[in-house]
Write a protein that binds this ligand. Structure first.
Ligand code: SAM
Length: 471
């Protein structure tokens, strides 16, 4: 492995918790840690079954659903991975759960924005811990990365998520709107040097400075959309103070001068000593930050801090009180809705819209929020796509198959791992069954997609773009 950049090591010399010898040794060790986080909405099926080839090796201490694996299996060849039974996530990042638990009342209906969301690690975590009557807006500015975000959100199966594709400044149209904003900022990436040694060659002091400027720009753009009293969570996978504690100082002290928005000092969190997480106090504002060093925690390099926006005397903004109506791009009939209802659990708890000939379901209580977001942002995906209606019959969408709102009475065919992989490669499969028509294919009882059983053949409806390409 290339040696760690000397400028980085020098810059960390007086940083709390930094131990040069141990830090260098852990990078040289070549140790690789793999962890996954189970989807609590699908646990009833997967029962924490371990992924192909790996076995679980203890829980991630700050996570309710996170586990280390003994070795890294081929996730691509595990049907449960494609079914959204778990998400492969670096363990330190899972600390976001603890931060939210300590700073927000998660039993309340919350509006949460994950601003820099692709590929979806933090978003799937947030979705798992917010209440069903909460809303998650999962945003990614880069167009080419929003598809993988939408795919991962789809596999996670929840209906209370809207995926958007906007620049942070676009959120200024939603003043005083979110209870929680998570900014998992683009950064210089030194925290991932152990996992990806090639990244060492791309690191430079210049890039750290550029990233810090971008982080300030993102934060200043997004602050107006955080409610007074709301919580901002800021994280990076960089060890550089310029991207971590100095940003906390900037948030606490300078943002007010630049944009009239200050968040004050960050919130102090309670830590278990055994976790090995290092609390730092920033030089300027005395803000608390939490550092993860790979020689001290079983995880990669990470920094996280939480801030509460002060309550101000400014009147509640328009967006909060505004009553808006969802625009359904196309009209549809009551008969069409009747055709989709038998496919859903508690079908009356949703409202329905039609777009590109497809019916979409979203929780009823999010109707006003969808309308507000629709009028302000570019929506890539909202709720669960149910499918298209042809002659009053539903041609079901893949989203519905892997969603958590599908009715348990839908006919299912459970197949072994080999047949499941054949299906996921979009190859022909033979259904050993007397069933006819639309059938949900399952692996270890967990839905992976639709097949349609015809008199003389079985059609594979797995999405073409998602098919497994390797052998
Ligand atoms: N939160 C993600 C997760 O847990 O899977 C990882 C996010 S990654 C650290 C940072 C993200 O910020 C990337 O998806 C990147 O495309 C996005 N990004 C890059 N430039 C940005 C900008 N100027 N404003 C907002 N997001 C940006």
């Amino acid at each position: 492995m290339s040696s760690l950049p000397t400028e980085l090591i020098r810059s960390l010399q007086n940083t709390k918790g930094f131990n040069e010898e141990a830090f260098k040794a852990v990078h040289q060790s070549g140790i690789q840690i793999t962890s996954i986080r189970f989807n609590p909405n699908k646990l009833a099926y997967s029962l924490k079954a371990s992924p192909t080839g790996g076995g679980l090796e203890g829980a991630v201490p700050w996570s309710s659903n996170g586990y280390y694996l003994k070795e890294r299996p081929s996730f691509t060849l595990d049907p449960l991975f494609h079914a959204g039974a778990y998400y492969v996530q670096e363990a330190s990042s899972m600390f976001l759960e603890e931060v939210l638990k300590q700073t927000v009342d998660l039993t309340e209906p919350l509006k949460v924005l994950d601003l820099c969301a692709a590929p979806g690690g933090k978003s799937t975590l947030i979705q798992s811990i917010i209440s069903a009557d909460s809303l998650l807006v999962s945003n990614e500015v880069i167009k080419t990365r929003v598809n993988i975000l939408a795919e991962n959100i789809t596999k996670w199966g929840a209906a209370n998520v809207i995926v958007t594709n906007n620049d942070p400044k676009d959120f200024q149209r939603l003043q005083n709107y979110f209870d929680v904003i998570v900014v998992d900022a683009p950064c210089s990436g030194s925290g991932l040097f152990r996992k990806d040694p090639n990244a060492i060659n791309e690191w430079s002091e210049n890039n750290v400075a550029l990233c810090a400027q971008r982080q300030q720009r993102i934060l200043s753009d997004i602050m107006p959309s955080l409610k007074d009293g709301g919580v901002l969570v800021y994280s990076t996978c960089s060890y550089s103070k310029a991207e971590d504690e100095a940003i906390a100082d900037w948030l606490a002290e300078e943002l007010k001068l630049h944009a009239g928005q200050a968040v004050g000092k960050s919130i102090q969190l309670k830590l278990e000593a055994s976790w090995g997480i290092v609390e730092t106090v920033s030089e300027g504002s005395g803000s608390f930050g939490y550092r993860f060093y790979p020689d001290k925690v079983k995880g990669e390099g990470f920094f996280i801090a939480a801030f509460r926006k002060p309550l101000s005397s400014v009147a509640i903004s328009e967006v909060k009180s505004q009553k808006s109506k969802v625009k359904s791009k196309q009209a549809f009939t009551a008969k069409e809705i009747e055709a989709v209802k038998p496919f859903l659990v508690n079908a009356d708890n949703y409202f329905y819209i039609k777009q590109h000939e497809e019916i979409i379901a979203m929780p009823l209580h999010l109707q006003n929020d969808l309308a507000i977001i629709q009028s302000s942002l570019y929506i890539k995906k909202a709720g669960v796509r149910l499918g298209t209606i042809i002659r009053n019959e539903l041609i079901p969408a893949h989203d519905l198959a892997v969603s958590c709102i599908i009715h348990p009475s839908i006919p299912k065919l459970d197949v072994d791992a080999e047949t499941a992989l054949q299906y996921l490669r979009k190859m022909d499969i033979t259904a050993e069954t007397d069933m006819k028509g639309w059938v949900l294919l399952t692996a270890q009882q967990l839905p992976i997609g639709w097949i349609k059983i015809m008199p003389n053949r079985t059609n594979n409806y797995y999405p073409k773009d998602w098919r497994i390409l390797n052998k």
